[in-house]
Design a protein around this ligand. Structure first.
Ligand SMILES: N[C@@H](CCC(=O)N[C@@H](CS)C(=O)NCC(=O)O)C(=O)O
Length: 197
């Protein structure tokens, strides 16, 4: 079974939520990471090359890193859960595009905007505004990012706002979407497993 290398209250919390939504059979390896407040440290048991969370070890011992790619792997591993369009589905490209935008655009842009602010150029701000517009347009069409069906990209993007709501502007469409996501039983189950037993 896959093993999630998980640090409580970190980006791996969203992978726990996904695993619960998928009904997956999985193991959790609770790890330590360096925290922004200077606490924590690199965990020798963490297979992530940068000692970050999340990391996933597959059933055959391979390591996958980056939230978006862990999501792609897991939703392909459990297609019957219906949390992602399968290959050949017309919505597959949209799904891959959201995973790519999260990994390749949103993460680097918000890191610059909120942490490494000296490097926040007008190009980054333009990318941020484009993403905000595209994200809101998808939800306005919604009710979920891919349209009428809840999917793994709602978990990926939604977990960011659950953790850090002010990362995006205070538009009601975000809050209404979060209100649809927050009561999901799988989210409550993942929260119960978030901290080490
Ligand atoms: N883009 C990566 C980011 C991973 C990441 O930065 N994780 C943080 C926890 S939220 C971490 O492990 N920080 C410790 C460190 O960078 O040493 C992903 O989404 O998987």
């Amino acid at each position: 079974m896959p093993t999630l290398h998980h640090a409580p209250k970190s980006r791996s919390t969203r992978a726990l939520w996904l695993l619960e939504e998928l009904g997956a059979d999985y193991a959790i390896d609770y790890i330590d990471i360096r925290r922004a407040d200077g606490s924590g440290g690199c965990d020798p048991n963490n297979p992530h090359p940068l000692k970050q969370s999340p990391a996933l070890t597959t059933a055959d011992g391979q390591t996958i890193v980056e939230s978006g790619f862990i999501f792609l792997y897991l939703t392909d591993l459990y297609p019957e859960a219906g949390l992602a369009p399968r290959v050949g589905d017309t919505k597959r490209a949209d799904y891959i595009a959201w995973l790519g935008l999260y990994t390749g655009v949103l993460e680097p842009v918000i890191t610059k905007k909120f942490r490494d602010t000296a490097g926040y150029t007008p190009q980054y701000e333009a990318a941020f505004e484009t993403l905000d517009t595209q994200w809101r347009a998808a939800l306005e069409h919604g009710p979920y990012l891919l349209g009428d069906t809840f999917s793994a990209v709602d978990i990926l993007f939604g977990s960011l706002l659950q953790f850090f709501r002010t990362v995006m502007p205070p538009h009601a469409v975000y809050d209404e979407w979060l209100a649809r996501l927050n009561p999901r039983p799988a989210l409550a189950r993942s929260m119960a497993k978030d901290g080490a037993p």
